[in-house]
Write a protein that binds this ligand. Structure first.
Ligand SMILES: Nc1ncnc2c1ncn2[C@@H]1O[C@H](COP(=O)(O)OP(=O)(O)OP(=O)(O)O)[C@@H](O)[C@H]1O
Ligand SMILES: [Mg+2]
Length: 272
C-alpha cells in the first residue's frame, strides 16, 4: 500500500442532468476528486472518465469547463465554492489552434488572454516550447504540424497561464506508441507540478487511463432486461487505483494485478 492519505475535496461534481433536443444524455452524473497527499512528494491528481463513444463524456467536460449549463446539478471546487473563472483549462478532442498564428503566436496569445503582460507571456512561451520539444517548430503554422505536435501545442497552450484544473478530451487518440508514452509521462509531470493540480482525462483508452490515473470513473447507461440501452448516463463504476496499489508506479503495466483489472474493466466496458 502506498503511504497516501486523503486530503480535501478539490472537485465535487453533483448529480449532473442534461437533456439535448429532448433526449436525456446525462442522468445524475456524480463524482469527486480528492487531494492525494504523499509525504515527501508533490502529488497532483489524475482522474479518468472512461466510457463508450456517444455516451456523453465530452458533454460532461463542457459542463465542468463552464461552457455548457446542465439542466440540474452542480460543479463545485475547493471548500464547496464554485470554480473560479479562468481556473480551468481545456484541451479539446480536435486541438483547435488559430490557423493564422504560429505555434509561438498561439502560446503568446493564450498568455495575453489569460492576463499576462507581453514579456511574461513570451518568457513562459519560450519555456514551454522547450519543455514540449517544440522550439524548432516555434515559427510553424498549425497546418504544418503533425497530429501529435498539434496536440502538444494544445496542451502547452493551456499551461501558459497556470491552471489548477486541466480537462483533456481524448489526449491519447491518434498517437504512435512512443508519442503515447510521452504524452502519458507529460500528464503525470504536469499534474505533479503542484499539490492541488488536477487533470481530468476523458478517454476510451483503458490501459493508458489506468497507467496514469489515481481514480477511474466509468460513465455508462443501464440496460433493460432485453439488452436495450436506457437513455441517460451516470457513473457505473469507480476504480480506486490507490486502494488497489496501482497508482504512481512507473512499471505498473506489467503487474499481474494491472493486467487482471484491465481485463475486468474491458469486460465492464462492453456492457455500457
Ligand atoms: N442537439 C442534440 N440533440 C440530441 N442529442 C445530442 C445533441 N447533441 C449531442 N447529442 C448526443 O449527446 C451524446 C453525447 O455526446 P458526447 O459528445 O458527449 O459523447 P462522447 O462520450 O464524448 O463520445 P466520443 O467518445 O465519440 O467523443 C451523443 O450520443 C450525441 O448524439
Ligand atoms: Mg467526446
Amino acid at each position: 500500500m502506498n503511504a497516501a492519505t486523503r486530503g480535501e475535496v478539490l472537485l465535487d461534481v453533483k448529480a449532473l442532468k442534461l437533456t439535448l433536443g429532448g433526449s436525456l444524455i446525462l442522468d445524475g452524473v456524480s463524482f469527486e476528486v480528492i487531494d492525494w497527499v504523499r509525504e515527501g512528494t508533490t502529488t497532483g491528481q489524475i482522474v479518468s472518465l472512461l466510457g463508450p463513444s456517444g455516451v456523453g463524456k465530452t458533454r460532461v467536460l463542457r459542463i465542468l469547463a463552464g461552457l455548457d449549463a446542465p439542466n440540474s446539478g452542480a460543479v463545485l471546487g475547493k471548500d464547496g465554492k464554485p470554480l473560479e473563472a479562468g481556473s480551468v483549462g481545456v484541451v479539446f478532442q480536435d486541438y483547435p489552434l488559430l490557423r493564422h498564428h504560429t505555434v509561438e503566436g498561439n502560446l503568446e496569445l493564450a498568455g495575453a488572454i489569460g492576463g499576462l503582460d507581453g514579456a511574461e507571456s513570451r518568457k513562459r512561451t519560450k519555456e514551454l516550447l522547450k519543455v514540449f520539444g517544440l522550439t524548432e517548430r516555434a515559427s510553424f503554422y498549425p497546418a504544418q504540424l503533425s497530429g501529435g505536435q498539434k496536440q502538444r501545442v494544445a496542451i502547452a497552450q493551456q499551461l501558459v497561464v497556470p491552471r489548477q484544473l486541466l480537462l483533456m478530451d481524448e489526449p491519447f487518440s491518434g498517437l504512435d506508441p512512443a508519442a503515447l508514452e510521452d504524452v502519458m509521462k507529460l500528464l503525470v509531470d504536469v499534474a505533479n507540478l503542484h499539490e492541488l493540480n488536477t487533470i481530468v482525462v476523458i478517454t476510451h483508452d483503458i490501459r493508458a487511463a489506468m497507467a496514469v490515473s489515481d481514480t477511474l470513473y466509468m460513465l455508462g447507461r443501464d440496460r433493460k432486461p432485453d439488452g436495450t440501452l436506457i437513455p441517460g448516463a451516470r457513473i457505473q463504476a469507480t476504480y480506486d487505483l490507490v486502494e488497489l496499489d496501482l497508482a504512481w508506479k512507473a512499471d505498473v503495466q506489467s503487474l499481474p494485478t494491472f493486467v487482471a483489472l484491465e481485463r475486468e474493466i474491458k469486460a465492464k466496458f462492453r456492457t455500457l
